[in-house]
Design a protein around this ligand. Structure first.
Ligand SMILES: NC(=O)c1ccc[n+]([C@@H]2O[C@H](COP(=O)([O-])OP(=O)(O)OC[C@H]3O[C@@H](n4cnc5c(N)ncnc54)[C@H](OP(=O)(O)O)[C@@H]3O)[C@@H](O)[C@H]2O)c1
Length: 343
């Protein structure tokens, strides 16, 4: 193996991108070195560059949705071998990020890709599934504290419990809908552009309302749907100030609101606001390992979780900045931009 590989480098805070060479690491104990076949783009990637957030060490490599093949297995790893097709969530440390040709990951938070999925499709899944899973199933205050559907006894447990998902067409929203269906929630009410309604119903939404409805019109539609039941869970996968206000208008006293961005609203005293962090850190490690190590392969193989639609970007790593600009400009609807770092 060559001692170096190509990576897309963010040269400095607020700086530009350039494709450059960096040293290819050896996987440490418990880790895998993965040859990256597909890396999907996320909104946080353009936000880091534009707002100078989250990263202090440069040049930096971004990208957190990764699919590829195991190139080397670190000491003490069992269950993986060279050549296995795997998917994982990259992290913002240069060895572990996605916009490069080789990346390192802990085997414990890596899943094998089932044969029904391509690398491109698999790369659309990690950030969305981690964030949906943590928001629904992590203990308070990081998630709703619901029981994850990891055994037959728990699957379908939330039968007849209403859930509202604001932004069902976001990458995270699509997975929240699918996991909510698997967990038994009903009705599952979502907002989106109506051109996406059929797809969102296929993912599990029972009712899809136009995202441009006024709060009062949506409150009245949702009241008709829940028919006397209380709305105790709203997952706002858009989390702009306007959708946070919508969420509070829909939520009943004592309800739980999951947000993906910082709270921009003052919640009533009894409302529980959950700031979801959909990534790896000490207090999410165990839940993510249950997801990736033990469950994700089956969830994908059985199509409980289906991948997002894929648009492959041209020009390998060099094509990523133009894709990030399209994400920033809100030009992407219910799909994921995917780069091929090896091109
Ligand atoms: N906290 C975390 O750990 C975490 C993790 C992942 C993402 N995030 C953040 O969560 C947000 C969503 O990320 P993502 O990658 O899932 O998004 P995405 O896939 O880029 O979302 C695109 C979709 O947003 C929908 N949308 C935009 N405004 C909407 C509105 N007012 N109402 C309903 N739908 C709306 C559009 O739906 P239509 O096409 O139907 O109009 C579009 O398809 C981003 O701000 C991201 O930075 C945070």
């Amino acid at each position: 193996m060559s001692p170096t590989h190509k990576a897309l480098l963010l040269e400095k805070k607020f700086g530009g991108y350039a494709v450059g060479d960096i040293a290819t690491p050896k996987p440490g104990a418990g880790e895998l070195l993965v040859k990256v076949h597909a890396a999907a783009l996320n909104p946080v990637d353009w936000k880091i560059q534009k707002y100078g957030i989250f990263i202090e060490t440069f040049p930096a490599i971004l990208g957190s949705d990764v699919a590829g093949e195991v190139a080397e297995v670190g000491e003490g790893v069992s269950g993986f071998k060279v050549g296995d097709r795997v998917v994982f969530q990259g992290q913002y440390s240069n060895n572990k990020a996605g916009f490069q040709q080789y990346s390192v990951v802990l085997a414990d938070i890596t899943a094998k890709i089932p044969s029904n999925l391509s690398y491109d499709e698999a790369s659309t899944v990690p950030v969305a599934v981690s964030t949906a899973w943590i928001g629904l199933y992590h203990a308070l205050p990081n998630g709703f504290g619901l029981d994850a559907p990891i055994s037959a006894a728990v699957k379908g447990k939330y039968k007849d419990t209403p859930l509202v998902v604001l932004g069902g067409a976001t990458s995270v929203g699509q997975v929240v809908l699918q996991l909510a269906k698997y967990s038994g929630f009903s009705p599952i009410i979502t907002t989106a552009s109506l051109k996406n309604a059929d797809s969102l119903r296929a993912f599990g939404a029972t009712h899809v309302f136009d995202r441009s409805l006024s709060d009062s019109a949506l409150v009245s539609e949702v009241a008709k749907v829940v028919n006397g039941k209380t709305v105790k869970f709203v997952y706002d996968t858009v989390s702009e100030k306007s959708t946070q206000e919508t969420a509070l208008a829909l939520l009943h006293d004592g309800g739980h609101l999951a947000l993906l961005l910082q709270a921009a609203v003052e919640a009533p005293k009894n409302t529980v606001i959950i700031q979801v962090f959909g990534g790896y850190k000490p207090d999410t490690a165990s839940l993510l390992s249950t997801l990736y190590r033990d469950n994700l392969h089956a969830l994908l193989e059985q199509e409980v979780v289906k991948p997002n639609q894929v648009e492959v970007l041209p020009n390998g790593l060099a094509g990523i900045p133009a894709g990030l600009k399209r994400l920033e400009d809100g030009q992407i609807s219910r799909s994921k931009l995917v780069a091929h770092p090896l091109d």
